[in-house]
Design a protein around this ligand. Sequence first.
Ligand SMILES: Nc1ncnc2c1ncn2[C@@H]1O[C@H](COP(=O)(O)OP(=O)(O)O)[C@@H](O)[C@H]1O
Ligand SMILES: Cc1ncsc1CCOP(=O)(O)O
Ligand SMILES: [Mg+2]
Length: 303
Amino acid sequence: MSDDSQTHCCNDADNTNPTGDLNDLTDLRERIAQAVRDVKKTTPLAQSFTNFVTINLVANAQLAAGGTAAMSFLPDDIIDTASISGADYINVGTLLPFYKDALPQIARAFRKSDHKWVLDPVAAGIGKTRTEILRSFRAAPPTIVRGNASEIIALATMWGLISADEASRPAGVESVDEVDAAIEPAKKLAAFLSASTPNNQAAVAVSGKVDLVTDGEHVYRLPGGSPLMEKITGAGCSLGGVTATYLAVAEPLVAALAASLLYNRAAEVAEAKAEGPGSFQVHLLDALWNVTPEQVAGSEILS
Ligand SMILES: Nc1ncnc2c1ncn2[C@@H]1O[C@H](COP(=O)(O)OP(=O)(O)O)[C@@H](O)[C@H]1O
Ligand SMILES: Cc1ncsc1CCOP(=O)(O)O
Ligand SMILES: [Mg+2]
């Protein structure tokens, strides 16, 4: 594996900022570093209702980032625990029939208590049950949506934020769209989420070769990471879980940026040490633990 683990990680002096909006980025970088530090210091709980395939990696990644994990599929469990959970994570990767009632009930309870949560709309656009559940979240929306490009486009389409002509076909759990194809859907989705939150703060994170994060107004591109992320299952799911961990201590835009940047830096470190997907996953967890707040915040951010 290549040994360019720190290629995209640089100190402030080395940062590329093509628009020259250094003041904003300097402030943003400080808030990102603070979020990473705060998680390590306060070990916040982010509770998850997530799929059976990758649930273990989600919990381990949250712990490696410095947070605490709790997984559940029971609405009463989740709604009770929300009072001590800094933020929640809902991932619709593997659905069971009873989720059709459970998930909208949980989302409504979160909305009632203004509880922050991250949605990973895995495989959005596929199946009547999944579509019904994802449609229901429009009336009780999350604080952050994190998904690959196809999922973001599909969700924005089913919420009527973009026309069906702009959408592509459903993609399973993998993306068939480039991240840039999701810029407008992501911005519209983030603007919709912001308008639905009490403090007008929300974000959308689109993952891929170059990640994209938006609050509906600003768009940030985050290069780096590793193609080996596509060779393990749960890279996206665990990124969603860690995004919820940061959301427990930070505003949505900062949380989404911090998680995506941590993942890119950690993936580069892991790729340099791995011999294939198996050892890559182990090294990824180690790197999520070892990458520093300064490395995360000093990353290349293209605005
Ligand atoms: N080709 C790639 N090069 C670098 N990083 C990648 C690549 N593909 C995915 N990633 C990273 O893997 C993580 C999960 O993204 P992605 O594979 O798009 O999610 P999902 O698994 O939900 O489809 C993100 O951190 C993203 O940056
Ligand atoms: C393979 C699979 N099937 C249903 S959920 C799931 C995991 C998807 O994980 P990720 O979106 O992180 O690749
Ligand atoms: Mg995914």
